[in-house]
Design a protein. Structure first.
Length: 335
């Protein structure tokens, strides 16, 4: 009898596999896909999948900002606020359109990040907006009442013409003006001036998204322990009173006292897909050893909700030969 069920969510698995040479092989991960049985939880986005894993049915836009606030604060006090993410982004303009080409701080050092943050904070505070920077990589703002419209989620807005990504609701005019003021301030920010002269990428805007209130706990306790640095999973874990642990380097945890249901939500710690896959290979090998010892059952999901269950019975499917992950992800093995 297995002691626990471990779910490993690798949101960017397909993208990472597509970014490395086919010659690189990952035997443990390949074994899961070649010998496991398929189990899918089709989801609109990876964050909808995270809600499902916590036993919460969800549709439409999700309160990502509120969960980020819960994740990044040691003590949550603003329960009644409506939260928005306010993330640093880079815009690029051609003759007719403006595109969001990336988000986050790229190669900025901590001093440059602080300079950008203070520049944005000044604009928002002058407009009476409550700005929270509890995490150095992401920010939130707190509003006294909800918006009557939704901003385009950040991952969807990436690569879009900003004019198309911005909401057209009449109330959005105020936020368009705020964005313009932020962009003007960042254009004159000393760190951006230095980077512009050096030919480096600038942080020249922010993107508002993920609006919502802090959600209620799930009706049932679906997960005992969560390992993750992802703010949505961490926020859901806190709200649902799960044991919460940071994502460590592969091989550092034994999962021996984590309860019957464990979620490992892998968030890349570097910008190098091969390095991440090598760490995931070590982790997966460790999890397969737990399965062999009858201590666990493993389900691995990618960000779309396509998953494979690897349990003791999977070992008997020895006739299924492992193949490169790029092939397995295109044509998942049947049961």
């Amino acid at each position: 009898m297995t002691d626990s069920h471990i779910t490993l969510l690798i949101e960017d698995l397909r993208q990472m596999i597509g970014a490395v040479d086919r010659q690189h092989r990952f035997p443990a991960l390949e074994k899961v896909f070649s010998r496991g049985r398929e189990r899918s939880l089709p989801s609109a986005t990876p964050n909808h999948l995270r809600f499902l894993l916590f036993g919460i049915e969800s549709t439409g836009d999700l309160p990502v900002a509120a969960l980020t606030h819960v994740s990044d604060r040691t003590k949550v006090q603003q329960q009644s606020y409506y939260w928005l993410r306010s993330d640093p982004v880079t815009l690029w303009a051609d003759m007719a359109q403006v595109f969001m080409t990336s988000y986050g701080f790229a190669d900025l050092d901590p001093y440059e990040r602080n300079e950008i943050e203070n520049c944005i904070r000044l604009v928002l505070v002058e407009e009476g907006i409550d700005f929270h920077s509890d995490h150095p990589e992401r920010w939130c703002i707190a509003l006294n009442k909800p918006l009557d419209f939704e901003f385009t989620p950040l991952d969807q807005a990436l690569g879009m013409d900003v004019a198309d990504a911005l909401p057209s609701h009449p109330e959005a005019r105020f936020w368009r003006r705020i964005l313009n003021e932020v962009q003007v301030a960042l254009h004159h920010c000393p760190v951006n001036i230095r980077r512009r002269h050096s030919g480096k990428q600038e942080i020249n805007s922010v993107w508002f998204w993920g609006g919502g209130f802090i959600p209620d706990a799930a009706p049932h306790n679906a997960i005992d322990t969560v390992y993750s640095n992802n703010p949505v999973s961490r926020g859901l874990a806190i709200i649902n009173d799960c044991r919460l642990k940071k994502q460590n380097l592969a091989g550092e945890d034994d999962f021996s006292s984590d309860g019957r249901s464990v979620l490992i939500d892998w968030m890349p710690a570097s910008r190098y897909p091969l390095e991440e896959l090598e760490l995931l290979e070590i982790l997966t090998r460790q999890l397969l050893e737990l399965v062999d010892q009858k201590r666990a059952e493993l389900t691995l999901f990618d960000g779309s909700g396509h998953g494979q269950v690897y349990d003791r019975s999977a070992r008997r499917r020895f006739w299924r030969r492992s193949q490169p992950l790029v092939s397995s992800l295109k044509s998942p093995a049947g049961a």
